[in-house]
Write a protein of this length. Structure first.
Ligand SMILES: NC(=O)c1ccc[n+]([C@@H]2O[C@H](COP(=O)([O-])OP(=O)(O)OC[C@H]3O[C@@H](n4cnc5c(N)ncnc54)[C@H](O)[C@@H]3O)[C@@H](O)[C@H]2O)c1
Length: 439
């Protein structure tokens, strides 16, 4: 874990978002040698991101067709289908062929959709990602999966094990940590690797903004239905916003450090997120992540309306600093060392993820192995959550090997949920100093 800059340059393929420096031929699917070059895709999780990812996959240069859709809820699936087949997306119509018997709903819908495709898009809430990723890898599919890739250490281990299998099978896996596919980040990281800012001495990461939607409880709704419709507020589904959103920024610092923290300590709580329909997640976390060489990442994320907003990352080195959102590098006197031309050279990284993935697949190349980094950056954010929930110093090795598993044992609409609200509709919330992970 204690990398210097030379090691970084040597081993850069480990954590550049999984982009392997040398393309290998994939054993999975050779589209360029077939007369039919159609690449069939299935989407699991037809919400906002699933819809976006389908549009992006279908907008690549390759002959991509959507052949199957899966969602827990029929109304969400239908809404997605309506959106992608609407007149606004008329250019995609010829690329969508999803008959009614290829639209699957319920908790086992993924098992029916995966076999029908060459590439699977995994865009449900992250709690389900380990089981969906494992199934897609076992079925020998190439994968685009959204971040985070799990919500607990048991899920992380499952993803890491499946990631190894994916590598052995040479399945391309892209994870939606899209900064790895963004021109400005790639250019800034290149200069970091080339030594422009010297050795990293500290870093900061922010995801501070207003927060997210709620879906108020409906009469007669089962507890599972309610939690699924409000997945953001429940850790087994979402992982808290430190995992769900702030992972993007934490991941950038892991990328810059070419490693993962060894421990975390921090503070957090619920200042404004109170009352019904606010589940169990905190509204702020402030964490010091410590890397093996002593570098500290100061990370903060907050969901509070009317407060100072910032989504960004900063790396401070011995010779200068990188401000990622501004896409510039300066020395310690403020003199410019490098400025990326955002106006003319920035790309749409969500599209680039798919452009690069489908190009590799069409050529029969094995180029992307993002799952391991996706899992370890997700684990970093879970480490932070464990630190703020408990108020204790949490060690990486202990946490990742803890076997902590917060998924319900039964996935069914009428399941007896482990987490239930009290008579006033409030859920138990972690209390620093009282919540314990280790004795
Ligand atoms: N990379 C990014 O910038 C970015 C942006 C937005 C969302 N995301 C990620 O995409 C994922 C989905 O987010 P979203 O905003 O689309 O949420 P969403 O609620 O709009 O969509 C999630 C969909 O998954 C479905 N679903 C839930 N459980 C399921 C299951 N077990 N099987 C099948 N379908 C299931 C839901 O019914 C819903 O339609 C999250 O992990 C999120 O972090 C990433």
């Amino acid at each position: 874990m204690n990398f210097n800059r030379r090691d970084f340059v040597k081993s850069t393929s480990i954590i550049t978002g999984g982009l392997l420096t040398t393309p290998f031929l994939s054993e999975a699917s050779f589209f360029n040698s077939n007369s039919d070059d159609t690449i069939k895709i299935a989407v699991i999780g037809c919400g906002g991101r699933g819809t976006g990812a389908v549009v992006q996959a279908l907008s690549t240069k390759q002959n991509v067709k959507l052949v199957a859709m899966a969602d827990a809820f029929k109304d969400r699936l239908n809404q997605c289908y309506e959106n992608i087949t609407s007149d606004d997306q008329a250019h995609l119509k010829a690329k969508i062929n999803v008959p009614e018997d290829h639209k699957f709903t319920g908790f086992d819908a993924y098992l029916k959709a995966i076999p029908l495709a060459d590439v699977v898009i995994l865009t449900t809430p992250p709690g389900f990602r380990p089981m969906h990723f494992e199934a897609a890898v076992n079925a020998g599919k190439h994968i685009f999966m959204e971040k985070p890739v799990a919500t607990d250490p048991a899920g992380i281990q499952r993803v890491l094990a499946a990631a190894e299998k994916a590598k052995a099978k040479k399945l391309n896996v892209v994870v939606g940590l899209q900064r790895h596919y963004q021109n400005s980040y790639r250019e800034l990281m290149k200069r970091l690797q080339d030594g422009m800012v010297g050795d990293i001495v500290s870093a900061s990461a922010w995801w501070n903004n207003d927060g997210v939607w709620t879906n108020p409880r409906k009469p007669g709704q089962t507890e599972m239905d309610y939690q699924m419709r409000n997945w953001y507020y429940f850790n087994w589904l979402c992982g808290d916003h430190i995992t769900e959103q702030h992972i993007h920024n934490i991941d950038v610092i892991n990328w810059a450090k070419n490693g993962y923290p060894v421990r975390a300590r921090g503070t957090g709580g619920r200042e404004v997120r109170k009352g019904k329909d606010t589940g169990e997640i905190f509204d702020h976390h402030l964490v010091e992540f410590e890397y093996a060489d002593g570098t500290i990442l100061n990370s903060q994320c907050r969901h509070m309306k009317g407060t100072w907003a910032k989504v960004d990352e900063l790396v401070v080195g011995t010779k200068g600093k990188i401000q990622f959102d501004a896409a510039k590098i300066t020395d310690h006197k403020g003199n410019s060392l490098y400025a990326f031309d955002k106006k003319n050279k920035e790309n749409q990284p969500y599209q680039t993820e798919h452009d690069e993935l489908f190009e590799a697949i069409a050529k029969g190349e094995y180029k992307f192995a993002d799952a391991e980094n996706g899992a370890k950056s997700t684990m970093t954010s879970i480490l932070g959550r464990m630190a703020t929930y408990s108020g204790q110093v949490i060690e990486w090795d202990k946490a990742i090997n803890s076997g902590i598993d917060i998924m319900p044992k039964t996935l069914a609409w009428d399941a007896d949920m482990p987490l239930k609200p009290d008579a006033n509709g409030n859920y138990p919330v972690a209390i620093p100093g009282k919540t314990k992970y280790f004795s």
